[in-house]
Design a protein around this ligand. Structure first.
Ligand code: GLY
Length: 312
């Protein structure tokens, strides 16, 4: 089949000043993943590459630019899933590595476990050759400002990367490769002003991430506590399994979560045949995919831009 990849750059109340950066970063990420797929690479490698691209980009709440906890520290989490055999890898409470998604991928391939956290995840990563970075080097001026704003107002959700509009800027990618294998990766810094040790939806399989070659794949973004209560990613998979198309399933589950739990979210979905689902109940969510030599992308409700894309 024709391989395909879609990415998101987080659902939420993104201010106008951050729109262009998110759109540019989403396009760059989808190209990074697409280039792997068209060279015959695996869906797993493609989703990792797309997420790595956004983890390096301060416009996203993942890797460098992650939001800060109440103590002013970055604590990141990520998960990745392979639809061929339902293998998973996830990490949480990562403080001093730039690319949590790559450690999660290593958990998938090299660990008998599915989810490693904190000190144990660090020991595993060091053992596998990952290099630590100074935790302070992961803190962007924007994330600092968001925490200051949060602490001043004492309420979640006042900033782009605040909590009301959820883990805004969480990033994710879903791909189907030329062998028909589905993979999904999701990575986040969580929510600004979160408690120390708070774990959200992103590293929890079925909430932030799900992939099954028999059905499709989903990556979610938004209010973590709501997404995990609703098992949002797997809810979308279940609807597809019951016969709904990718877009209807995505819309139905995201809206269902929002009406049940009164918080917003977004999701990107691919069916096993490469059909696309994109929906968000937040004000904005950046997304991008490449199809028929065009990049399609958007961030506002109902908006779709397209540009010609010539592979390098
Ligand atoms: N969805 C990201 C978070 O709430 O942690």
């Amino acid at each position: 089949m024709n391989p395909i990849i879609i990415v998101h750059g987080g659902a939420g109340d993104v201010p106008d000043s951050r729109v262009k950066g998110k759109l540019d970063g989403s396009k760059k990420a989808v190209i990074a993943g697409h280039e792997i797929l068209v060279r015959g690479g695996s869906a797993l490698d493609a989703v990792e590459a797309a997420v790595v691209s956004m983890e390096k980009d301060e416009y996203f709440n993942a890797g460098y630019g992650s939001v800060l906890n109440l103590r002013g520290e970055v604590e990141m989490e990520a998960s990745i899933m392979c639809g061929k055999n339902l293998d998973v890898g996830a990490v949480t409470l990562i403080k001093d590595f730039l690319h949590p998604i790559s450690i999660a991928h290593k958990v998938l391939t090299d660990s008998p476990h599915s989810l490693l956290g904190g000190e144990g995840a660090k020991i595993f990563a060091l053992d596998k050759g990952f290099h630590t970075v100074d935790p302070k080097s992961l803190i962007s001026p924007h994330a600092k400002k968001a925490l200051e704003d949060f602490l001043k107002h004492g309420e979640f959700g006042r900033t782009e990367i605040g909590m009301d509009e959820a883990g805004v800027g969480t990033v994710g990618a879903v791909a189907v490769d030329s062998n028909g294998h589905v993979a999904v990766a999701t990575s986040t810094g969580g929510m600004s002003g979160k408690a120390i040790g708070r774990i959200g939806d992103t590293p929890q399989i079925g909430s932030g991430t799900y992939a099954d070659d028999l059905v499709g794949g989903v990556s979610t973004t938004g209010h973590g506590e709501s997404i995990l209560k609703y098992c949002l990613a797997h809810s979308i998979i279940k609807l597809m399994e019951d016969g709904l198309d990718a877009n209807t399933s995505t819309k139905k589950a995201v809206n269902g979560m929002t009406s049940r739990l009164n918080n917003t979210a977004g999701a990107i979905t691919l069916s096993k045949n490469g059909d696309i689902g994109i929906h968000f109940s937040s004000k904005r969510m950046s997304w991008a995919y490449i199809k028929d030599k065009k990049i399609f992308y958007g961030i506002n409700q109902g908006e779709v831009f397209e540009e010609q894309y010539e592979q390098q």
